[in-house]
Write a new protein. Structure first.
Length: 474
């Protein structure tokens, strides 16, 4: 049987995706178009009256106990039951995975029952490429989807984005690549056009069959490459973001599930009816984290519960908040099941910062940073941002960084111990009402200007040793 399959068996399969329900989305301020260079940044999500930076894990103001006051910033800390939970996640992954098959499919006795491992991409994260000629607005949408998916994945599984486009007519992506092409369905390859003709998205994975030597699980299927096709002429806005995400997650191994049983996931056939600006639902995010942060290749349907291990539905949160005339600016981080996710949110500005005639020269904002290490240690410090409005360049500096013991609330200023060497410094570039780091210490800084007159700022810092939100005012 192993000789029959061989090590070089690679096949291309099509995974369907149907039209997602239209969603009404309020008008929101335009954000700068994202390019492949920004794919590694945290998502910036425009909501009804606010901008949200980072993962969709913000804790509500009244959910945590106040722990300290740091320079007029209210610091809160505590645990919140905000996860999907092990039972629901296991049920979802079991429904999403392949049932056992009989051995005759693999040249074995028909009474042999074989387990099919949970589908995953191969041992390294793929690189996403858009096809040559893709309009900038569609590149922007693809990058935003990658940012949203990355916010749910462990750092070692972050998707990358090719700086140069893939050839528009490429027949099959190279190993480790996912090609995304936008085209009317009549321009799709003949084999990809569905017979009923109403699909607007398609995922074509390239699958490698690898012998394992284990009679119970004789072969392991891995996604080694893939292609996404989207008919952009038949969908737009938030719905199209959902279609792109649906197809990319297919290529990360997830399949359709029963919408009656699992209504809140974008992986139901036809798409979720409850799309949000954050694109992914909690169940989508937790399934990605489980598949790539807790399972090893070879996990089968019957082994999902055991291999998942302890899976918490409660997150540890730290939260900072300060008041402005335009409303509250809040920021922080949440840690659950080994993944620490930072966030920041605040009121949407009325104009682009470059159009704010009340500001000129060099402008500065000051506030605080609050976050968590992978070991559940709270970290806090000063956060200062300065921008030269002529060049739209500046610095983000975090100083006086101190930490407290694991699973302990942050105390008053000066009661912790020095975190690392106590400071981090980054060079930043302003893009519209957002800013990103272009140099400095290790880590990724993504932020936004907040408040009607840009009186505030907030953002997130992501490093291997720290995930933190920050905010400040002029």
């Amino acid at each position: 049987m192993l000789a029959c399959l061989g090590l070089s068996v690679v096949v291309s399969l099509a995974a369907c995706a149907e039209r997602m329900e239209e969603s009404s989305v309020p008008d929101v301020p335009e954000l700068p178009l994202q390019t492949p260079l920004q794919a590694g940044q945290a998502p910036v999500v425009p909501l009804e009256t606010s901008l949200h930076v980072g993962a969709d894990v913000a804790s509500l103001a009244g959910a945590l106990a106040q722990a300290a006051i740091h320079a007029d910033v209210r610091i809160s800390y505590g645990a919140v039951q905000d996860g999907v939970g092990a039972a629901e996640l296991i049920a979802y992954l079991e429904a999403d995975s392949s049932p056992p098959e009989t051995g005759d499919e693999y040249g074995m006795p028909a009474d042999t029952i074989l387990e099919i491992p949970l589908l995953r991409f191969r041992s390294e994260p793929p690189t996403v490429y858009v096809a040559d000629g893709t309009p900038p607005a569609l590149v922007d949408e693809t990058v935003r989807v990658v940012q949203a998916i990355n916010a749910a994945l462990p750092r070692k599984w972050q998707l990358t984005f090719g700086p140069d486009p893939a050839p528009a007519g490429a027949l099959q992506p190279a190993d480790g690549q996912i090609h995304v092409r936008f085209a009317p369905q009549e321009d799709w390859p003949t084999h990809a056009v569905p017979p009923h003709g109403d699909d607007i998205g398609l995922a074509e994975p390239v699958i490698a069959a690898v012998p394992t030597g284990d009679p119970a699980v004789p072969v392991q299927f891995e996604y080694v490459a893939g292609r996404v096709l989207v008919d952009h002429t038949r969908t737009s806005g938030l719905e199209r973001l959902g279609v792109i995400a649906h197809e990319l997650i297919h290529l990360l191994g997830r399949n359709h599930v029963d919408p009656a049983r699992f209504p809140e996931t974008i992986m139901v056939g036809g798409g979720s009816e409850e799309l949000t600006g954050h694109i992914l639902h909690p169940l989508d995010r937790e399934a990605l984290l489980a598949a790539y942060g807790h399972f090893q290749p070879g996990t089968t349907r019957s082994g999902i519960a055991e291999d998942l291990g302890a899976w918490a539905d409660t997150s540890l949160h730290v939260r900072g908040a300060l008041d402005t005339e335009g409303g509250e600016i809040a920021f922080g981080a949440a840690l659950r099941n080994g993944l620490s996710q930072p966030w920041a949110t605040g009121p949407t500005p009325g104009t682009a910062i470059e159009d704010n005639t009340a500001l000129s020269g060099s402008v500065s904002w000051s506030g605080r940073l609050i976050g968590l290490t992978p070991g559940a240690e709270a970290v806090a410090g000063a956060a200062d941002l300065s921008v030269d409005l002529a060049s739209m360049l500046g610095t983000a500096v975090f100083t006086g960084l101190e930490q407290w013991a694991a699973d302990s609330a942050p105390g008053a200023l000066g009661t912790g111990t020095v975190w690392n060497d106590g400071d981090l410094r980054y060079v930043i570039e302003v893009r519209g009402n957002t800013f990103v780091q272009t140099g400095g210490d290790a880590g990724t800084v993504t932020g936004a200007f907040l408040g009607p007159a840009h009186e505030g700022m907030g953002g997130v810092l992501r490093r291997d040793d720290l995930s933190a939100g920050f905010g400040g005012i002029r």
